[in-house]
Design a protein around this ligand. Structure first.
Ligand code: GTP
Ligand code: MG
Length: 346
């Protein structure tokens, strides 16, 4: 069993390669008294790209290697030889990575699907050799141009999770417990708020090997849409999920009121992004094994007019029904069936 924890935002200092200088040279050949200009152009500097790869599951690698540089172009040479182009530097990042210019906050772009590439620092252009400057009245030009500098940038990379389903709820509602029940992921579960500080993704698989990726994200608190607590970090992660499970602690542990929690969730999601409040979702009444829960549920139904699915993530009650409903609502990907002799992977 594997828990995937993330480094989901990193700052990078990227430098593209400078272009190589053009060359000023003249042909020197036997019996040719005045050879013409023969200085080649400089090579272009390499650019820095990010590329989406399903094999990169966090930005952790780049967190430890924040300075990244592409190769410079080679200088032009005599005999009209072009300088070598610098190699581009391709940084593999997880699918769903967004790049922002750190100074201006400008969004440079994003890479979503495998193989998507985005240039985050452009290489300099190679300079021109002196052959370009020859004219009929200027046959022995000594001019050439230097290569231009490669772009230098401080870039923030942010990872937006690419999961089908996001679990949202107040701290302690039982989101991580539910993820453990539904999938192979093993996020930490504890009886205090803010146990989950990093997003965790698990994969739900059914008997036909259809899969749904579910993201457990840190608990939301009032004011999250304004950035309170883990606010924006939390909300950024669920933006890409197509479906949400709102997990409500129906037992009202810690003196919470489930109806207020429901309204609070709706408010926070809508304030952050009105579309998020309306995103397809399912409301789940958790902790129904506790004695306080049925009364709270009756009150919840009366106050909201909603009929949530009652479960106990801890005891596993109705978790199979929840699975079936999720597969019925979403059109999941189908994985190839594992070979018969495949041993269980941890
Ligand atoms: N009785 C009961 N306890 C539950 C149930 N689900 C979760 N719990 C308990 O509630 C506490 C919080 O559970 P977590 O799964 O860590 O809650 P969370 O929503 O992930 O919390 P944060 O990560 O802090 O946001 C733990 O002590 C769980 O054992 C349930 O269905 N019934
Ligand atoms: Mg948790």
């Amino acid at each position: 069993m594997k828990t995937i924890t993330f480094k989901d935002r990193v700052r990078l200092y990227v430098t593209a390669g400078n272009g190589g200088d053009g060359c000023a040279a003249f042909r020197r050949e036997k019996y040719v008294p005045r050879g013409g200009p023969s200085g080649g152009d400089g090579g272009h500097g390499g650019s820095v790209f990010i590329e989406a790869s399903p094999h990169a599951d966090s930005l952790l690698d780049l967190y430890y290697r924040p300075h990244q540089k592409a190769e410079p172009g080679g200088a032009g040479q005599n005999k009209d030889r072009h300088g070598r182009n610098g190699d581009d530097l391709i940084l593999k990042v997880p699918c769903g990575t967004v790049a922002l210019d750190h100074e201006t906050g400008l969004r440079l772009g994003e890479v979503i699907h495998e193989g998507d590439r985005l240039c985050i620092a452009k290489g300099g252009r190679g300079g021109l050799g002196n052959t370009h400057f020859a004219t009929s009245s200027h046959q022995a030009p000594r001019e050439f141009t230097p290569g231009t500098e490669g772009e230098k940038r401080t870039v923030t990379l942010e990872l937006k999770l690419v999961a089908d389903i996001g679990l949202v709820g107040y701290p302690n509602a039982g989101k991580s417990t539910l993820l453990r029940r539904l999938t192979n992921a093993q996020p930490k579960v504890a009886p205090y708020p803010f146990t989950t500080l990093n997003p965790v993704i698990g994969t739900l698989v059914d008997a036909d090997y259809r899969t749904l990726k579910i993201a457990d994200i840190p608990g939301l608190i009032d004011g999250a849409h304004d950035g309170a607590g883990l606010g924006h970090d939390f909300l950024r992660h669920i933006e890409r999920t197509q479906f949400l499970i709102w997990v409500i602690d129906m037992a009202g542990v810690d003196g919470r009121n489930p109806t207020d929690d429901y309204r609070g969730l709706l408010y926070e999601l809508t304030e952050y992004n009105p579309e998020l409040g309306e995103r397809p979702h399912m409301i789940v009444a958790n902790k129904m094994d506790l004695p306080e829960a049925p009364d709270h549920l009756a009150e919840f139904k009366r106050a909201t007019g909603l009929d949530p699915l009652s479960i106990s993530a801890d005891a596993g009650d109705q978790v199979d029904t929840l699975k079936q409903r999720l597969f019925a609502k979403l059109s999941p990907a189908t994985e190839p069936a594992p070979a018969k002799d495949a041993s269980a992977q941890s």
